[in-house]
Design a binder for this molecule. Structure first.
Ligand SMILES: Nc1ncnc2c1ncn2[C@@H]1O[C@H](COP(=O)(O)OP(=O)(O)OP(=O)(O)O)[C@@H](O)[C@H]1O
Ligand SMILES: [Mg+2]
Length: 248
């Protein structure tokens, strides 16, 4: 059977550094896959290649049977492959509503002429409210994004990504810098989303990863060193050594 999303011998070099080293991975249609690994393991690079931010040096990416290697990001978003960034990337002076509405407009086809069609505008506005409601941001809709608490800004990033109607959503360290309460809130949102779409989570918070992931892939020096259910990864000696050094 064709994998929903997969890579074949994916590689990326930066000068003498191999950031992604012959990675073969398969993702399921729904569910929550976490990608973990020590700093510099190649997690962000891997996401950057799949989502079209940087080209692969070699290897291939397939989505629903079609090869999508090195396609531009806007094409991938149209196909349903969306992401958030490790560093917050919202429009700070726009309101929460405008941030999501603009992302929706871009998804819907994006030109200013688009707004000549009242029905289309109505639809975009309705869908924007649905996303804000879903992520608990409705009451903050009129706030400039810069006024939001840090945790809410990161939730807004997820809202912007959801405006792309993703089938696959990559989240790069969504809880970085969050308080425990904010982390709990966003982890529940992420788990909920993974019931409907494929969520691929890069995350350093091991308690979180172990509690919400369906499967975990571990990268080390750009290669996969382990893959399995949380309990299997917890018990894996290679994984312990990668994080804590030999003899762990
Ligand atoms: N643009 C670049 N130019 C040169 N080297 C890079 C570049 N991007 C990443 N690297 C190198 O590639 C390797 C993998 O980096 P990457 O950012 O993918 O790791 P990561 O697993 O996301 O790390 P972290 O957990 O710290 O976010 C590192 O050695 C990094 O220094
Ligand atoms: Mg990273």
């Amino acid at each position: 059977m064709t994998a929903f999303l997969c890579t074949e011998n994916l590689c990326r070099h930066f000068g003498g550094i191999t950031a992604t080293d012959c990675v073969c991975i398969e993702f399921d249609k729904n569910g929550l896959r976490s990608i973990i690994g020590p700093n510099g393991a190649g997690k962000t690079t891997f996401i950057n290649i799949i989502t079209g931010r940087i080209p692969a040096s070699s290897g291939k990416v397939f989505f629903q049977g079609a090869e999508i290697t090195n396609r531009p990001t806007h094409e991938l978003v149209k196909m349903g492959i969306c992401r958030t960034f490790q560093i917050t990337s919202i429009f700070h002076n726009l309101t929460v509503f405008e941030n999501v509405r603009i992302a929706k407009q871009v998804r819907a086809g994006g030109s200013l002429r688009f707004f000549a069609h009242r029905q289309s505008l109505k639809k975009v506005i309705g869908e924007t409210w649905t996303i804000l409601e879903r992520l608990g941001l409705r009451d903050l809709a009129d706030q400039p994004a810069k006024n939001l608490a840090y945790g809410d800004q990161r939730v807004l990033e997820v809202a912007i990504a959801l405006a792309g109607d993703p089938e696959v959503l990559f989240l790069d360290e969504p809880t970085a810098g969050m308080s425990p309460a904010e982390t709990k809130h966003i982890s529940e949102l992420i788990k909920g989303l993974s019931q409907e779409i494929s969520v691929i989570l890069v995350e350093h918070d091991m308690d979180l990863v172990m509690s919400i992931s369906d499967r975990i892939t571990v990268l080390h020096y750009g290669s996969i060193i382990a893959e399995g259910r949380p309990a299997e990864i917890k018990a894996n000696q290679l994984v312990r050594e990668a994080y804590l050094g030999k003899g762990a």
